[in-house]
Design a protein around this ligand. Structure first.
Ligand code: FE2
Length: 378
């Protein structure tokens, strides 16, 4: 006698359909200067601006775009208020991971009904270019998710913003490097909190578990972490969630939590179709990446097999490679982009693989720990 196992048929409707990431908003100490860095070093174009000149009294916001990636850099103009408090506590960091939806009211209703804490009830902003509808809910730490509905909007970004050079033509400061879209965004949460936030994304946003790494996968002599990757129904939005694990000394996640003063976005991974060209340009433009030991490259072909890219080119730039049964992927990590060792970036090129570079974790962690040791935080 044999037992037939029928694969479970997915019948439940996705109650929170997401079209992708709409924007990532950072609260920063000086948005004008941060915008210069993202234009000159990372190649973003300035497409919109809001501030006193557009009738906004308490803040200035610069909207930057490259491919489908949109960053909003917002700074407070006065010492009071939630933006100043956020910068005071966290330093520069991500406040809002905004998600593009077809119905911002429905997204808010479905998620708050399931237990999300509302940060902003559904509201509309209008100008001569149309209507943007928004609502927001709280996520880990002081991070929020704003649902943005913009099907009826044809302006630069949103009502309240004016178009800037990059909207109509070429931003003379921008030096584009070929970044296309946000591949994933990683959150660091506190000790034993990973599963709570995994449940939040599952129960409240309808995400499901995509991949799972435990501390045996991701540990070095000193530090360890655990990670679960949550993805939405159509797979366009992926949020790995990390928590620290016991190691001999302080892990990079603990260092982040200490300097960010709580949970927050650890890194944003941005995709390119040509990582050699993208990373070459980023390095020329002053972006600093983690260094990888020479031994990583002597062992590379044995670990991942044949790949299209010349290994000496990868080594020159410090690009990592990992393979799974679907293909391979190339990735590299910047050093933190602020003085506090908090937010950094990943550049990623996928060639079939849907993984997050499990095979690289050890090599990478050892590189991160060398940096941590230099800061006296290991
Ligand atoms: Fe990543």
């Amino acid at each position: 006698m044999s037992t037939l196992v029928h694969p479970e048929v997915q019948t439940t409707k996705d109650y929170l359909p997401l079209n992708g990431t709409d924007y990532v908003e950072f609260y920063v100490g000086n948005a004008r200067q941060a915008a210069y860095f993202y234009r000159m070093a990372f190649g973003f174009s300035l497409v919109a601006y809001a501030g006193p000149e557009t009738g906004v009294r308490d803040r200035a916001s610069y909207v930057l775009q490259q491919g489908k990636i949109r960053f909003v850099l917002t700074t407070p103009l006065r010492p009071d208020g939630e933006i100043a408090a956020h910068v005071h506590l966290h330093g520069d960091g991500v406040r809002d991971v905004a998600l593009w939806v077809d119905d911002a009211r429905q997204a808010w209703k479905e998620t708050t009904r399931r237990g999300a804490r509302s940060v902003r009830e559904p509201m509309e902003l209008k100008d001569e270019f149309g209507v943007v509808k928004m609502s927001s809910i709280a996520a880990y730490g002081d991070t929020i998710h704003t649902f943005v509905e913009r099907s009826d909007y044809h302006g630069a970004f949103m009502p309240g913003y004016r178009a800037e050079v990059g909207m109509s033509g070429v931003d003379p400061l921008a030096r584009p490097v070929g970044l296309k879209y946000v591949d994933h965004m990683v959150g660091n949460v506190g000790w034993n909190e990973m599963n709570r936030w995994v449940d939040y994304y599952a129960d409240i946003l309808g995400f499901s578990l995509y991949q799972h790494f435990d501390d045996k996968d991701i540990s070095t002599e000193y530090s360890a972490l655990m990670s679960k990757v949550m993805a939405n129904g159509n797979g366009r939005v992926k949020f790995p969630i990390n928590e620290p694990a016991e190691g001999r000394r302080k892990s990079q996640i603990e260092e982040y939590l200490e300097f960010y003063h709580g949970p927050g976005v650890q890194h944003v991974a941005m995709a390119t179709d040509d990582i050699l060209e993208t990373v070459g340009k980023l390095q020329d433009q002053g972006v600093a990446f983690l260094k990888v030991p020479h031994t990583y490259y002597t062992e590379l072909e044995g670990r991942v097999g044949r790949i299209d890219e010349p290994i000496e080119e990868l080594e020159k730039l410090g690009i990592l490679v990992d393979r799974d049964d679907e293909g391979y992927m190339l990735q590299i990590f910047t050093k933190p982009v602020e003085d506090r060792p908090t937010l950094f970036y990943e550049i990623i090129q996928r060639k079939g693989s849907r993984s997050f570079g499990k095979g690289n974790f050890k090599a990478l962690f050892e590189a991160i720990e060398r940096e941590q040791e230099l800061r006296g935080n290991l």
